[in-house]
Design a protein around this ligand. Structure first.
Ligand code: SF4
Length: 692
């Protein structure tokens, strides 16, 4: 069978051939990488072992209901009836907005679309948001405001080796999207100057000609230093800026007030390095800037990305071969997951739920009165707060593990316990599922047909190849059954994923993320089509903004960005900065990769990475356990002492729950524009763990 890896936005292609049975009788597969245009025939260790979770004996095979503190099997009919009755009762008592829906960026486009429609048409609630709020919201908002639309990369991946200078800001591609690395090594072989911005040395920073080891949370300010240096050196492309952008005069005036020397002190990056980076980027004929969660998961993530897009625009490096901006999406469908309406403020096609014309268009496609569509809800973490406060009494979680992925996770865990009804649709007993009243078993990537949109904006079809084990169902089918139970089945008559996609095409038509020209037939024939693709006879657009930007006036928007400090600063009580991130073997909160025996054995527990100086100051030993504490809680993790990290910063990965859940420590403060939490920096203290 040919399929795609579910574990990141590259969506690498592979062939699986059944090769026997494991010790428990589960299927085993020989895995072979197959070329598609993004992966070029590569797979990383996650992809090679992705099937293992799908055949895991830990799969939940039947609907489960919690009784007397334990879970018992229940029929699908019984589970749906129970959920529907509780939803109806809660709606009667507290109104439709007392029911919330929490989605995920790994769901197919079809399920993401249907989840938004289910919430607004079947539940008639305004409360839907998803874990992509923690992944892409800063870059998505910044791209939309600066360029007029948000598509992860403005160029095809094949443009990367054409860039003469590349800035990799807060992105550890070597561990998160490893099969992209050859694009950058090819660039390097072509003589490209590579600048990495990261507080840590990583597999990615090994490529760097210049590594700016920025203090966590100071990326926006560092970009100001680079922009000021561009001005000083006369490296602004005035012709491009005057012809294709607006807001330059305000930005220039703001930059003239900046001092590179002061920014060097704030960011911990020497003046010479800031100037060298600006000079290299400004003087290169072609160049690209990439951001990822290191820049975006900040309480000023939106502004930090805007400032790095300013760098691209001021130098005229966009809309040409080897030039552009890219947000390296993390989740398997991080791009598509944010386009079809599972965000609190969004309808399909990237339409706004607050825009009357957009509401009317989508309501017409759905066959409902636009006045019946609810308004804008709140962001993912704010939903958790509403649960905690009792405003949301029932929650449906699909394709997500909010107890581990939200900041301030102890509050989120407490919130789950306060719900009158928690329904979790998952393959496994995740940390969130443990708190559920009902668990609904869903299909894995080998069993569920649907489309996903890779980090380039290329839509790909993933076919189903295995029957669902036990009584597991496709997530979109569960939504249809719930909608029928709620008396809204007339709006949810689908027998196949393709029927949902056909409706999605129409719902997205004329919107920013226009899929109208994309069909399953085309996807089978052409192996992927870029959006925007408004017509079935047209090719999608690979390189964006060659002639104009997507704003009504065709211009990109420059913006002046203030220097920001992180929401929480180190002090005497909590003297160290904590930053979080990923490791090669694991995906998201590890619900799936921790069930792959090969991946789990590579990294079977969390750790804290810290500098020898920090270890000495706090009496810590390599390989021994440490307690890391913030104002919100504490965790216990094993020390890895290394000189590859700043001595004022420690790093803990995000893939484990319970006593190793780093999000027990992280700060719930949100970016004011995109509502992204500041995962990447909070103040902590650390001490040796002493067992009783
Ligand atoms: Fe490819 Fe990403 Fe899967 Fe690795 S995790 S095989 S890079 S899709």
């Amino acid at each position: 069978m040919e399929t795609q890896c579910p574990f990141c936005s590259v969506q690498c292609k592979m062939r699986l051939t059944e090769s026997g049975s494991g010790a428990g009788g589960e299927a085993q597969y020989a895995v072979e990488a197959k070329p598609n245009r993004a992966s070029e025939g590569r797979l990383c260790v996650k992809g090679m072992n992705a099937y293992q979770h799908a055949v895991s004996e830990d799969r939940i095979l039947y609907p489960l209901v919690k009784r007397e503190g334990g879970f018992e099997r229940i029929s699908w009919e019984g589970a749906i009836a129970l959920i529907v009755n509780r939803f109806k009762q809660i709606e009667q008592e507290s109104g439709a907005d007392a029911i919330g829906v929490y989605g995920g960026g790994s769901l197919t486009n079809e399920t993401a679309y249907l989840l938004g429609k289910f919430t607004r048409v079947a539940l008639r609630s305004k409360h839907i948001d998803y874990n992509g709020r923690f992944c892409m919201s800063a870059a998505a908002s910044a791209g939309s405001k600066a360029l007029g639309l948000d598509r992860g990369l403005t160029n095809p991946l094949s443009d990367i080796p054409l860039a003469k200078c590349i800035v990799l800001a807060g992105t550890n591609i070597a561990e998160c999207q490893p099969t992209l690395m050859p694009y950058f090594t090819r660039a390097k072989e072509n003589g490209t100057f590579i600048i990495v911005i990261d507080p840590r040395e990583t597999g990615t920073s090994k490529l760097a000609d210049l590594h700016l080891k920025v203090r966590p949370g100071m990326d926006a300010s560092l970009a100001n230093g680079m922009l000021r240096s561009l001005l000083d050196e006369g490296l602004v492309d005035e012709a491009f800026v005057r012809a294709r952008t607006r807001g330059y005069d305000e930005l220039k005036a703001h930059l003239l007030e900046q001092s590179v020397e002061e920014i060097a002190v704030m960011t911990g990056v020497p003046v010479d390095s800031i100037r060298r980076a600006a000079s290299a980027f400004g003087k290169a004929d072609t160049g690209m800037v990439f951001t990822a969660r290191g820049v975006e998961q900040q309480t000023d993530g939106y502004m930090a990305v805007r400032n790095l897009i300013n760098l691209v625009l001021l130098t005229g490096k966009i809309g040409k071969p080897g030039c552009g901006y890219g947000a390296i999406t993390g989740q398997g469908n991080g791009q598509g997951g944010r386009e079809h309406g599972q965000k609190a403020d969004q309808l399909p096609g990237y339409r706004s739920i607050e825009n009357p014309e957009h509401r009317a268009y989508v309501a017409d496609v759905w066959g409902v009165d636009p006045n019946d569509l609810p308004g804008k809800g709140v962001s993912a973490y704010e939903m958790m707060e509403k649960v905690y406060e009792g405003d949301i009494r029932a929650l449906l979680v699909m394709g997500s593990n909010p107890v581990v992925s939200n900041p301030n996770a102890s509050l989120v865990q407490a919130a789950m316990e306060r719900l009158d009804l928690l329904v979790v649709a998952d393959m496994f007993m995740s940390e969130t599922a443990r708190s559920a009243d009902l668990i609904l078993p869903v299909t894995a990537y080998l069993e569920n047909e649907g489309t996903l949109t890779n980090l380039e904006g290329r839509v790909l079809l993933r076919e189903a190849h295995r029957p669902a084990p036990g009584e597991a169902k496709n997530d979109w089918r569960i939504l249809c059954e719930l909608a029928h139970g709620l008396g809204r089945g007339t709006y949810f008559r689908y027998e196949h994923a393709e029927q949902i996609f056909e409706e999605l095409r129409v719902a997205s038509r004329g919107g920013i993320a226009d899929y109208y020209g994309i069909t399953y037939d085309r996807l089978r024939r052409e192996e992927g089509v870029y959006w925007p693709c408004p017509d079935p006879t047209e090719e999608g657009i690979g390189r964006m903004f060659e002639a104009s930007f997507a704003h009504a006036d065709g211009r990109a928007e420059l913006i002046a960005v203030d220097n920001h400090w992180p929401a929480e600063l180190a002090d005497e009580e909590y003297p160290i900065y904590l930053t979080t991130g990923r490791v090669l073997s694991h995906y998201l909160t590890g619900v799936q990769t921790r069930r792959s025996h090969t991946l789990a054995s590579r990294d079977f527990e969390s750790f804290v990475e810290l500098h020898p100086k920090t270890a000495k100051q706090h009496g810590l030993t390599d390989g021994k356990l440490a307690v890391v504490a913030s104002r919100r809680g504490e965790i216990v993790v094993r020390c890895r002492i290394t000189r590859t990290i700043r001595d004022d910063t420690i790093f803990v990965p995000m893939h484990w729950g319970d006593s190793q859940n780093v999000n027990v420590l992280t700060n719930q403060a949100l970016d004011p524009t995109c509502r992204m939490p500041g995962f990447k920096v909070c103040a902590v203290r650390i001490r040796p763990f002493i067992s009783n």
